[in-house]
Each structure stands twice: as C-alpha cells, then as structure tokens.
Design a protein. Structure first.
Length: 108
C-alpha cells in the first residue's frame, strides 16, 4: 500500500500553460530532488486552467515529514513557490491509501 495525495488546482484564467511549464521544468524536478515520488501531473481534459498533481508516499506520517521538509526548504521558498502560488485560485487535497499496482497504473 502507498499513501497517495491528489492535489487539484483551479488556476487563474489563462495561466494553465505557464503553470504547466514551471511544473514540468522546475517544480517536479525539485520534488524529485527532495525524494518525492511524483506519480502524475498535468491539465484536466475539460479545462486547461484546471490542473492535478499526484504524489505517493510510504505512509501518512512519511508524507507529513517529507512535505514539511520540502515546503520549509530554501529550494522551494526561494525557487518556484511565488510563481506557482500566483497561478492558483483554489486548491483541493485528497489523501487515500492505494495498492502499489494501482499507483503504478496512474504513472504517466
């Protein structure tokens, strides 16, 4: 089993392309550098200004520890944080446990 965090973002109008570029080129590589398993990310099929990010962790406790370290790091605070936050109008977060096989099926 893996603990999966699904983030859904409603982005400010017409920021979807810029948001995806920074996710692909800066944020996701930064996540991976910090040991975060990014399962999948991208635009919703129904709206280019809606976006998702799926991350996998070993447990809820490991998720909390890893994300606390990531979001308090200078890499994040001095890196893409402001540009990303500027694009997000609202966000939703769902955390579930899934079988490893199901997580692997979600990978890009």
């Amino acid at each position: 089993m893996k603990t999966i965090e699904i983030l859904q973002y409603a982005l400010r109008k017409d920021t979807g392309t810029a948001f995806h570029t920074i996710m692909r080129e800066v944020s996701v590589p930064l996540h991976q550098h910090h040991g975060i398993d990014v399962v999948s990310f991208g635009h919703s099929l129904h709206d280019p200004d809606c976006y998702y990010l799926i991350r996998a962790f070993e447990s809820p406790e490991q998720m909390a520890a890893v994300l606390d370290a990531f979001y308090s790091s200078a890499d994040w605070r001095n890196g893409p944080r402001e540009e990303i936050i500027h694009c997000i109008e609202t966000s939703l977060k769902t955390v579930v446990d899934l079988r490893t096989e199901s997580v692997d099926a979600l990978r890009m």
